[in-house]
Each structure stands twice: as C-alpha cells, then as structure tokens.
Design a protein around this ligand. Structure first.
Ligand code: 13P
Length: 288
C-alpha cells in the first residue's frame, strides 16, 4: 500500500475509541524502525516530519522518495500517512507539493482571525490534493524543533471555529507540553478536553507531547475524542540511551563494531520496542 491521507484512519479511530500514533522521523533508521513496528503490530501509523527534520533529511522531496521506496521494498501493508509536524504556512504548501499526504498548519501563535484565514487557505490547497490537515488552537508548551510554546489551554469556542473550517483533525492545548514533563506538572486538563470533544462534532482530536503522560491519562484522553497522539522525545531518549550503552560497553572497538549499521542497531531496536508499546497502549495494534 502506498502513502495515504490520515483522514480515514483517524475517523475510524475516533469512531472505534482508539488513537493512531504519530512518531517523528529524523533519518533512515528511525523510518525503518517505525515502519517495522507498524507492520509487525498491524497498526496504522503516521510518520511526523518537522521542518527542521525535513531540512536535515535533505528536503521534503527526499523524504517522500525515501519513505515511499522504503514502504515498497519492505512490502508495508498497513496504512501510513506522511505528515508535516508543526508546519508554517510556506512549509505546509511545500509539503503538499512534494507529495506528503498530511500536513499540520500550526497557526496557534497568530491572532485567531489570522489563524482562521491561513488555515482556510491551507485546507483549500490540501483538499485539492486529497490530503489531510491538522490545525492547532492554544499552543503546546515546551520546545519543539526550536519553537517554544507557552502551553496555554485552548478556548473551546475557538476550537469550534477552527474545526468548522474543513480541517481533518484538531490539536488543542490542554496543558500538554513537548519534551519531558516537569515534576510539578498539573496533568492534562480533562474538563476542557471533554468540552472540546463535545463541541467539535466528532472531529478527531490530537494530543501532542505524548512522551511521559501517564497511561491512565492517555486512556482517559482517548475516551474524550483524542484519536492521534504524537510521540517524539521518547524515541530520541531510548535511541540515545541504547547507543551510549553500546559505546560504553566498548562494542564499537571490537571487530567491526564501528560499522554504522552495527552502531545504530541497538537504538533502532529500542525505537521498535517503544513504538510497539505505544501502539498497544493507544489501542491501534491490529486495527489496520
Ligand atoms: P514529545 O516530543 O513530547 O513526545 O511530543 C511530540 C510531539 O508532540 C510532536 O508534535
């Protein structure tokens, strides 16, 4: 199966009460690990690409070529969407042109009128290409790819205004932040999430900052309409930890341990494990 829009998989997830994971990719190893986990678990999956990661991987066209060819050679049968994460207006347009099947236009830092105006234009352009659009209201806290949000809680009325623009899925800030949660974190604001879920007509909701949210909170959020959960930091942490261990144990100095294929294997295996665990927790395993 080739790349698909995220629409069908997310509408199904919202209806059936589970969430599809968005796992961010940074290179070939990351991509291969996430596709392996999705196929093994027979789970739909969304590959997230930040604009910074897109640049690192030599541009959006390179990313599209890498992912589509990899899927074909790996004989991937589960639905996979290639999605721009936290895109600018220009970035979203560039990804649509490059062949991404889903984009997030993050206009949360604009005044609401401007967010609405720009989101509308992206929706129009994306619809012409048959791809899904994620919009955001109420910025997500923490630091993501150099962009720092203050983590405000979204206004359900503004969520409804954005949800009515023809977007596919809506990310709403509810106290979630990117990266590790601080010890004094107050948790997700379930009351606001519930209200957003009730006022936005069954639109799939997106939970950013999926690293470090306790399992019971994740499940409760899914019960209020969260159908897509983004995870990045956790993959980075386990990759770094496994690679560090490999080097500290001196494997890189033994035989051909310096071979990058060997050096990056423990980290890739660690990502496969995390992604499968998340798919089980989110309930998307065997839903492909
Ligand atoms: P984490 O890095 O906290 O897992 O969040 C990822 C994310 O929300 C990407 O948009």
């Amino acid at each position: 199966m080739g790349l698909v829009s995220a629409k069908e998989m997310l509408v199904k997830a919202r209806k059936e009460g589970y969430a599809v994971g968005q796992f961010n990719i940074n290179n070939l190893e990351w991509t291969k690990a996430i596709l392996t986990a999705a196929e093994d678990n027979q789970s739909p999956v969304i590959l997230g690409v930040s604009e910074g990661a897109g640049k690192y991987m030599v541009g959006f066209n390179t990313v599209v070529a890498m992912v589509t060819n990899m899927m074909e050679t790996m004989k991937i049968t589960v639905p996979v969407a290639l999605h721009l994460d936290h895109g600018s207006y220009e970035g979203a347009r560039a990804c649509i042109e490059a062949g991404f099947t889903s984009v997030m236009f993050d206009g949360s830092h604009y005044p609401i009128e401007e967010n609405i105006h720009k989101t509308k234009e992206i929706v129009k352009y994306a619809t012409e290409h048959g791809i899904s659009v994620e919009a955001e209201v109420g910025s997500i806290g923490g630091e993501e790819d150099g962009v720092t949000g203050t983590g405000e809680v979204a206004d359900p009325k503004e969520c409804k205004m954005i949800a009515d623009l023809g977007i596919t899925m809506l990310a709403a800030g509810i106290g979630n932040i990117h990266g590790k949660y601080p010890d004094n974190w107050q948790g997700l604001n379930m009351e606001v999430l519930k209200e957003i879920g009730e006022t936005t007509d069954e639109i799939p909701l997106v939970l950013h900052g999926g690293t470090g949210i306790p399992d019971d909170m994740v499940k409760e959020a899914i019960s209020y309409g969260v159908s897509k959960i983004n995870v990045n930091t956790e993959c980075q942490l386990v990759f770094a930890e496994a690679t560090r261990k490999y080097i500290e144990e001196g494997h890189d100095l033994k035989g051909k341990g310096f071979d990058p294929r060997k050096l990056l294997k423990p980290g890739s295996d660690a990502i496969i494990k995390v992604v499968k665990e998340k798919m089980d927790l989110f309930g998307s395993s065997f839903k492909a």
